[in-house]
Design a protein. Sequence first.
Length: 368
Amino acid sequence: MTAPSRRSFLQLAGTGLALAGLGVPGAAAAAPRTAADTPVLLNFNECPYGPAPAAQVAARDIVAGSGRYLFGLAGELRDLFAQQEGLGTAQVRLYPGSSEPLNRAAILWTSSSAGLVVADPTFEALGDLAAARGATVAKIALRADGAHDVRAMAAAAARINAGLLYLCNPNNPTGSITPAADIAWLLANKPAQTRVLVDEAYLQYSDQRSVIGQVMQREDLIVLRTFSKLYGMAGLRLGVAAAHPDRLRELASLGDNPLPVTALAAGLASLREPTLVAQRKAENTRVRQATVGWLGARGFSCVPSEANCFVVDVKRDGTAFIAAMAERGVVIGRSWPIWPQRVRVTVGTEAEMARFRDAFAAVVDASS
């Protein structure tokens, strides 16, 4: 069976239907489940803890006033984010998640005469849309350590007259990082006409330095952040684009809509929680490293990760392995064409990763 992408998966009517389609026993049944019967979802890189308690309270409290647009909330959140990141407010624009500015970037800066350079594997949405618009998409394999091969990417950008180069750091699906020095080299050596979009959706999980401050000096850099990952707000939809005001105006030229006030209120509360990022980063690191260590002790290697996901080499067909895990109630991510025997796994809670280990061991034993 073919593992669905995030985009096709989200088109399903709900989690129960989606899991039934993956073959999880009893997924569509209405009967109450025990904790052991509830499927473990380790497939979309969601934060298993959900929004911070203060963010949940803020979202609930704002509902009574949500008959109004409450436009001032967006400005308040923009200003707080800009202050915390050392940016001017003119360099910041809010979006419902980071997928929308990604899609807008493809529309604006790629075409049949302006190509796109991406890593392989990486998050595919931008490449898919660019290709649909007739753009040449150059896919450059990650280095052995999981970092982007910035020299090969710069050469490809010159070769295909790239209008845009996409760099996800930490990368999805691998969680691997590209060092700041490599990104600096890329910005200094890429073709002049190529804009660089750095997707920092997973940055808060990492020790990597952000490049967001450079948008104050550069006109060719766009940095994206999202509240969907560490802040646990995937379903609330809130993200940030940081760039030179001219680039933000170009992004805005494709239209605008007010953001949900629940997302804005939750985002403000999240940014005001001084220990939230450090606490969740530490817990994610602890659980991820314990799982990666367990896999390594059994001979299954992982690409080094600093995010809430990792890629493991299962040493057999990845699609079949994913299906076998789902049959045991643990839903993991996909494999990629360049790595058909590697699968992505989201880091869940300690209890969820215990379920993952049990299912993983059972699948391996059944196929040995």
